[in-house]
Structure formats: structure tokens, C-alpha cells
Design a protein around this ligand. Structure first.
Ligand code: SAH
Ligand code: SF4
Ligand code: F3S
Length: 440
């Protein structure tokens, strides 16, 4: 028997890249590759990259630098760059980094087997097309191997919104939804393999409109169909845009039993002037109105958000409006970033704010978020909630899982298995996690 070849994939960026990396490993599995956790013994290294901020994109080049020596020792080693940097700068990478053998974009990675074969024949392979065919169908050969209790499932991809700061519409392409029948089939396969918690993914997941037998389905319709999948216990979705928070989706948060009380709803800024300059097409008030409606149907829903500070022309007053919005919205988590100029996006051409102003605002915003995060965690103490256990904790006999609200929860219990969903009473809130006890 021939030795399997070893594949090392390093994933950057968003959850969709995590999902894509799994699909790439499956595609190359057909070529005799098995995954390895280190680059050192790999026959192929794939970097699945992110272009969202300058720092994210730079990581690719520094990581490639580290592989120079590996490649010198092992000339047969193939090095590939996938993901959003590949899409945006693929040709330049090939030119600047002669050791790169393969470049593949987010919409063409189902062609990896052919591309890999070309590199084995000594050629360079580059594919950053946006092909007509459905890559998910091309990759349909679903594995049967057991896997952990949580999974991502891409249902929608791409974006037509063109926020003035963002590269995603250029790297991922136009908004496309997968048909519900194929999503349900993939979900059932995951459940058969041990998955109990699925997070539906899309750059604009709530703009989902997949073609079903009797017309297009909304995301809420898809969630209700998944609610009927036996063995699936929890459903989440990310990332949503405020303008696509439809009535049926808000209502599902109050009525759909498996839909978890958690929503990631980025707003970016609390200043209407800046929101307009960002081309977000909503106001702070319309965003807060959505939150009010969500809390009316599901009072314990935990919200998370994304914020950009130091967008061009942002004044101290604009920034204060963002802090005000955060105080009103009350988040359980939030991700915040200094604005980063991205080549080819409209905001990159505008006058930029000094770095120290951005730093200062980021620190103040993060201090407020940390306070809110702690308050949301502390409020869980004394509550009885479901915990889906994922893996052993650091202490002997300890297991770690996620609550309905996506808090990490540590529990002692020798009889707890990964994949168990058990009722737990929260007894303590510590830094970035909760401690709980099983309710017998
Ligand atoms: N599709 C999602 C996520 C896009 S990227 C959405 O619409 O929200 C994730 C986050 O990165 C964004 O929400 C935004 O906060 C941040 N981001 C995007 N472009 C950025 C840039 N140029 N500089 C800083 N942060 C950025
Ligand atoms: Fe980027 Fe805006 Fe699209 Fe989100 S909605 S992916 S921030 S362009
Ligand atoms: Fe990054 Fe591409 Fe995701 S730019 S955030 S990996 S869609």
C-alpha cells in the first residue's frame, strides 16, 4: 500500500474559512491525503487566508517566509495559498513568492484535485475563477467518519451590499444561496456523524433565499425545516445584516425550539453620519428597533456585534454615538477593529484618521464591551441551562461545553461524554467562562 500523503492546512479569518478548509481536506482526501497537525512533516501546505484587514493579509507573507527552509529540505513539498488573499492577490503572490506552487480562490477550491495533480507534474497552478458550477455539489461525496458535536454549514455566500470599507464582495463574489434540499441533506449527514449543534454560515446569512420546490425559502423557513431534523439539538446562524432581519426570522427567535437565544448582528457604528458614509443603508435607531423586537419575543437573547473605530471622518462626537448605542444595546460579546484601508474599496481613497486616535477609541470601546460581557456572564449565575459538552477541560474529570447563549461552561463530572447535552446550574462566573454543576 502506498503511504498516504500528508496535508497541513492553516486557517485564518472567519468561520466560513473553517468550513472551506474542511471541504478542501475532503477534496484532497480523494487524492490520498490525510491531515497532519504540523507543517514539518507535510507533503502539502495550504494556507486558507483572510483579506479583511491589512494585518490579516500580511500574515500570509510572514507565514510563507517560515516555510522557505522546509521547502529547501524537501523539494517535493507543495505550497498552496487559498482563500480571500488568494482571490485578491493570487497573481502577485505567484510572482513574488516563487515557492508557491498553487493558488486557489474561495469559489474554485472544488477543483483542488486537478490543481494538485498539476503541481505534481511540476507545473504552477492558479485558479481564481468564479465558475458557473456549484462547488458544493462538486464536493458532495460526503464522508461518514464520526466527528465532534458542533459544525458549521455554509448556506449562503458572497455579498451585494458593498459597505465602503469591505473587501468581501470582491473576494467572495455576488450573493448566492444554496438550495434547501442540499442543505438539509448535508445537515442529516452531519447529525449521522455525531453533530448536534449546527451554525449556518453566510456573509449575509439572513439574506438567504434558496430555491425550493415551491419557490424561494427564507432563512426562517430553512431553520424551521432543520428544527424537524431528529438528533439535531441546536441551530444558530451568522453573520446577519440588520437590513435583512425579516419578520419571520425575528418571530422564529420567539417560537422555534431549537433556535438558540443568540444573535450576532454587526452594526459597525452608532453615528448615522458615519453609517451613511459606510454605505450601511440603516440608522442607529432602526438597528436598535430590531433589538427591541428581538428582546420582546425572546427576552434572554444574547447579542453580539462588530464595530469599526476610526473610519474616515469619524469625530469624537460620532464615536460617542457608538458608545451610546453600545450602552443601549447591551452586548454579550463584541468584536471591534481599527479601520484598516483595503485597496479597491471606496473608503481607502478618503482622508485617514491618525493611528493614535484609532488606538485610543478602540481601547475605550473595548473597556465598555468588557464591562458588558462580564455583566452578561454574571447574570447567568444561579440559572439552569443546557450545556453541550465538547471536550475535556484542564482539570481532571472536568468537561467544557457551550451554553445555549454560547458561553463556555466548565463542569466536573466523570460520566460526561463529548456530545452530551445536559442540564447544568451555573454557580460561578470567572474570566471568559462560567462554572456549573450537573443537575441530576
Ligand atoms: N459579513 C459580515 C462580516 C464581514 S467581515 C458582516 O456584514 O458583518 C467581519 C467584520 O470585520 C465586519 O463586521 C467589520 O466589523 C470588520 N471589517 C470589515 N472590513 C474592515 C476594515 N476594512 N477595517 C476594519 N474592520 C473591518
Ligand atoms: Fe462586508 Fe458589508 Fe457585505 Fe458585511 S454586508 S460582507 S461588512 S460588504
Ligand atoms: Fe476574511 Fe474572506 Fe472571511 S476576507 S473574514 S476569510 S470572507
Amino acid at each position: 500500500m502506498t503511504q498516504p500523503k500528508k496535508l497541513f492546512i492553516k486557517t485564518y479569518g472567519c468561520q466560513m474559512n473553517v468550513y472551506d478548509s474542511e471541504r478542501m481536506a475532503e477534496a484532497l482526501g480523494g487524492q490520498g491525503y490525510v491531515e497532519t497537525p504540523t507543517a514539518d512533516d507535510a507533503d502539502m501546505i495550504l494556507l486558507n487566508t483572510c483579506h479583511i484587514r491589512e494585518k490579516a493579509a500580511e500574515k500570509v507573507y510572514s507565514e510563507l517566509g517560515r516555510y522557505k527552509r522546509l521547502k529547501a529540505d524537501k523539494p517535493d513539498l507543495k505550497i498552496g495559498v487559498a482563500g480571500c488573499v488568494a482571490q485578491a492577490e493570487g497573481r502577485e503572490i505567484m510572482r513574488r513568492q516563487p515557492m508557491v506552487d498553487l493558488v486557489v480562490g474561495p469559489q474554485s477550491y472544488h477543483r483542488l484535485p486537478e490543481l494538485e495533480a498539476r503541481t505534481r507534474a511540476g507545473e504552477k497552478a492558479l485558479d481564481t475563477d468564479f465558475p458557473e458550477e456549484d462547488k458544493f455539489e462538486a464536493l458532495k461525496n460526503r464522508p461518514k467518519a464520526k466527528r465532534g458535536p458542533t459544525a458549521f454549514l455554509t448556506v449562503q455566500e458572497g455579498c451585494d451590499k458593498f459597505c465602503a470599507f469591505c473587501v468581501v464582495p470582491y473576494t467572495r463574489g455576488v450573493e448566492v444561496s444554496r438550495p434547501p434540499a442540499r442543505i438539509l441533506e448535508e445537515a442529516r449527514n452531519l447529525v449521522d456523524r455525531g453533530v448536534r449543534d449546527i451554525t449556518l454560515l453566510g456573509q449575509n446569512v439572513n439574506a438567504y433565499h434558496g430555491a425550493g420546490e415551491r419557490g424561494d425559502w427564507s432563512l426562517a423557513q430553512l431553520i424551521w425545516a432543520l428544527n424537524d431534523v431528529d438528533g439535531l439539538e441546536r441551530i444558530r446562524f451568522t453573520t446577519s445584516h440588520p437590513n435583512d432581519m425579516t419578520d419571520d426570522l425575528i418571530e422564529a427567535h420567539g417560537t422555534c425550539p431549537k433556535l438558540m437565544p443568540y444573535l450576532h448582528l454587526p452594526v459597525q457604528s452608532g453615528s448615522d453620519r458615519i453609517l451613511k458614509r459606510m454605505n450601511r443603508q440603516h440608522t442607529a435607531e432602526s438597528y436598535l428597533a430590531i433589538i427591541d423586537r428581538l428582546r420582546a419575543v425572546r427576552p434572554d437573547i444574547l447579542l453580539s456585534g462588530d464595530f469599526i473605530v476610526g473610519f474616515p471622518e469619524e469625530t469624537e462626537a460620532d464615536f460617542q454615538a457608538t458608545l451610546d448605542l453600545i450602552r443601549t444595546a447591551r452586548y454579550g460579546y463584541a468584536y471591534s477593529f481599527k479601520y484598516s484601508t483595503r485597496p479597491g474599496t471606496p473608503a481607502a481613497e478618503r482622508d485617514q484618521l491618525p493611528e493614535d486616535v484609532k488606538d485610543d477609541r478602540l481601547q475605550r470601546l473595548q473597556a465598555l464591551i468588557t464591562e458588558q460581557q462580564k455583566a452578561a456572564q454574571d447574570a447567568m449565575v444561579g440559572q439552569e441551562i443546557g450545556v453541550l459538552f465538547e471536550k475535556p477541560g484542564r482539570l481532571p474529570g472536568q468537561m467544557v461545553g457551550k451554553s445555549d447563549h454560547l458561553h463556555a461552561v466548565h463542569v466536573q463530572g466523570d460520566d460526561i461524554q463529548a456530545g452530551d447535552l445536559r442540564p447544568v446550574r451555573i454557580v460561578e462566573s470567572v474570566r471568559n467562562s462560567l462554572k456549573g454543576e450537573l443537575i441530576e
